[in-house]
Design a protein around this ligand. Structure first.
Ligand code: HEC
Length: 133
């Protein structure tokens, strides 16, 4: 009997967790489509020499979440090589996106197309912000 109860609770938790991450991805996708797609394209491939790709980008699937939070909030126009290439366009800032929006859109770009990196939590975005002052 205990075994059955344990299983029921287990599947309930797994179900809730799966639902949540599906929802985060969906929310992230919506933000991506309204804010990012115009430059980074639907397939995350960017535009050669102009807008950096997000699909397959080592920084996007990398560990420096704080850098990406900063880029999304403040925009980006550093003209340093990204995976060996330079991009002429300037990324616009998104000062009005909430921390939750940023977590969701980061989760989306890290887990879409060929990218398989883990989800970014609200706590990670908050921690990143407190570090970057
Ligand atoms: C106006 C076009 C434009 C928009 C809109 C835009 N970006 Fe960018 N993004 C760029 C460009 C151009 C670069 C590279 C800039 C450079 O090299 O100086 C970049 C760089 C990045 C990087 C760093 C990539 C790397 O390899 O280090 C990330 C992450 C990123 N963008 C995410 C986003 C997200 C998420 C959104 C939507 C919230 C977004 N961008 C909206 C043009 C844009």
């Amino acid at each position: 009997m205990h075994y059955i109860k344990f299983l029921a609770v287990f599947f309930l938790i797994v179900g809730i967790k799966t639902n949540l991450s599906a929802q985060d991805l969906l929310k992230g996708k919506k933000i991506y489509e309204t804010r990012c797609l115009v430059c980074h394209q639907a397939d995350g491939g960017g535009v050669p020499n102009m807008n950096a790709p997000l699909d397959g980008a080592s920084n996007v699937v990398g560990k420096d979440i704080a850098r990406m939070v900063r880029i999304i909030k403040k925009g980006y126009n550093e003209k340093v090589a990204l995976d060996g290439f330079y991009y002429s366009n300037a990324m616009t800032a998104n000062p009005d996106l909430s921390d939750e929006d940023i977590a969701n859109v980061l989760t989306y770009i890290r887990g879409s197309w060929s990218n398989k990196a883990g989800k970014v939590s609200l706590a990670q975005v908050k921690a990143a912000k407190s570090k970057s002052h």
